[in-house]
Design a protein around this ligand. Structure first.
Ligand SMILES: NC(=O)c1ccc[n+]([C@@H]2O[C@H](COP(=O)([O-])OP(=O)(O)OC[C@H]3O[C@@H](n4cnc5c(N)ncnc54)[C@H](OP(=O)(O)O)[C@@H]3O)[C@@H](O)[C@H]2O)c1
Length: 391
């Protein structure tokens, strides 16, 4: 209730004892309205493909201000019983997340919770790529709405589902945006989704993670070479630079308070991801036993991350990476790399930013000066705690 605004929200009627998605129109969630997470496996009556909107007769329009957060323990959409180590991957409906989900689930050793903003798409993609039935659960999570993150965390805990590893993978990249777009809470979309949504999620699930039944809890935050200015790729303008973080603190479009710049906003958010991993390691690794790590999965030049780029770029970039830089990594290979950071006993070390060589495999990489700046990380922690309502 405290997080409601007074916009109209569309709610589907409960059917057959199942709870309908709230704030969802035809499987897609409007990030600007309150949305409830839904857990389901296999075909669900409430998840319709985008072409088939909910029939008017089954729609109810309510004032969001009258909605209560659903009582977590009364939801009938609880996860099926599952005894395997469980990894929750955000943004598992595409690219790296989807392929890591497939590798982990197909190994037979892991159950995967696919935490996705478009759960109908997640289900479709899981089937298309061949993730074995019964080895995954789709849950709704929209990182661009902090209420959705809060409810996701509540529902996850209430579901009785175990949590052995949390992977903060989802991201948006707006390379051609001329104007900022904002999350439901008024943050610039890249920073709000890629950093703040994940920052809140990790903090809300820490207690659950501490209790990981496999006694090897891990929290992985996906980083990027583009945020690291100690690399060639990180020096392609515009370069990441969080400045004094006053822009973020004051909810301006850019963390450093400068003019909006789409690619820089993404890179800045990636620096925040890596700084957050370092802070989590410093603050919590020893007391919780959780392994905190980040990684650069390689240049997955054909992934959906570039969907907002101009067509010519999308055509040339994979070819350039394959033939000139040789830095190209397929989505499948990137998924296997992420799987190693989740599951390999060799990659259990906390506080590490993993990278991969095509010839010799994983290695501990160096973060840039900014991405490993402890004072900046500490300030980012304090600012982020305030912005997500935890301080
Ligand atoms: N591609 C690369 O070369 C590369 C390089 C370095 C690091 N990375 C990192 O790898 C990670 C995955 O990127 P990718 O290449 O796999 O991109 P991708 O294919 O575009 O996948 C991004 C995922 O994030 C999800 N997402 C976006 N906004 C969301 C929101 N508000 N709430 C929940 N989920 C949301 C997307 O959902 P939908 O399916 O609904 O769109 C999608 O599942 C990112 O952290 C990225 O920074 C990528």
């Amino acid at each position: 209730m405290a997080h409601m605004n007074t916009k109209n929200v569309q709610v589907s009627r409960a059917v057959g004892g199942s709870v309908a998605p709230i704030g969802v129109a035809a499987g897609r969630v409007n990030p600007r309205v309150y949305a409830s997470p839904v857990l389901y496996q296999g075909p669900a009556p409430m998840c319709r493909p985008t072409q088939e909107p909910t029939p008017r007769s089954q729609r109810v329009i309510v004032q969001a201000s009258t909605l209560e957060r659903p009582p977590a323990f009364s939801s009938p959409v609880l996860a099926p019983k599952n005894d395997k180590p469980t990894v929750c991957i955000t943004g598992a409906s595409s690219g790296l997340g989807l392929n890591a989900a497939k590798s982990l689930a197909s190994s037979g050793n892991w159950h995967v919770v696919m935490a996705c903003r478009d759960f109908a798409k997640a289900e479709r993609e899981a089937r298309k790529i061949g993730i074995p039935k019964g080895s995954y659960t789709v849950m709704h999570l929209d990182l661009a709405a902090l209420d959705s993150v809060r409810i996701f965390a509540d529902m996850y805990k209430a579901s009785g589902q175990r949590l052995d590893c949390l992977v903060c993978n989802a991201a948006v990249y707006l390379p051609t945006a001329k104007e900022p777009v904002y999350t439901a809470d008024g943050f610039e979309l890249s920073m709000g989704t890629n950093h703040l949504g994940h920052f809140l999620l990790v903090n809300l699930l820490l207690d659950k993670l501490k209790e990981a039944p496999n006694k090897d809890p891990r929290c992985i935050i996906v980083g990027s070479i583009t945020g690291n200015t100690n690399t060639l790729a990180g020096n392609v303008p515009p370069k990441a630079n969080l400045g004094d973080l006053s822009g973020l603190e004051n909810m301006q479009p850019m963390a450093d308070g400068g003019e909006f710049d789409g690619p820089k906003a993404y890179k800045d958010a990636k620096v925040c991801n890596m700084l957050t991993m370092c802070q989590l390691h410093k603050r919590l690794h020893e007391s919780t036993g959780i392994t905190f790590a980040s990684l650069y999965p390689g240049c997955i030049a054909s992934s959906g991350l570039f969907r907002n780029h101009v067509p010519l770029f999308r055509y040339l970039f994979p070819r350039f990476q394959k033939n000139i830089t040789k830095g190209y990594v397929s989505e499948e290979e990137a998924g296997r790399r992420l799987m190693q950071v989740v599951a390999s006993p060799d990659l259990k070390k906390s506080g590490v930013y993993w990278s991969f060589s095509n010839t010799s495999g994983s290695f501990e990489n160096q973060l840039s000066e900014e991405a490993s700046d402890d004072a900046k990380g500490s300030r980012l922690w304090d600012v982020s705690m305030k912005l997500v309502g935890l301080a």
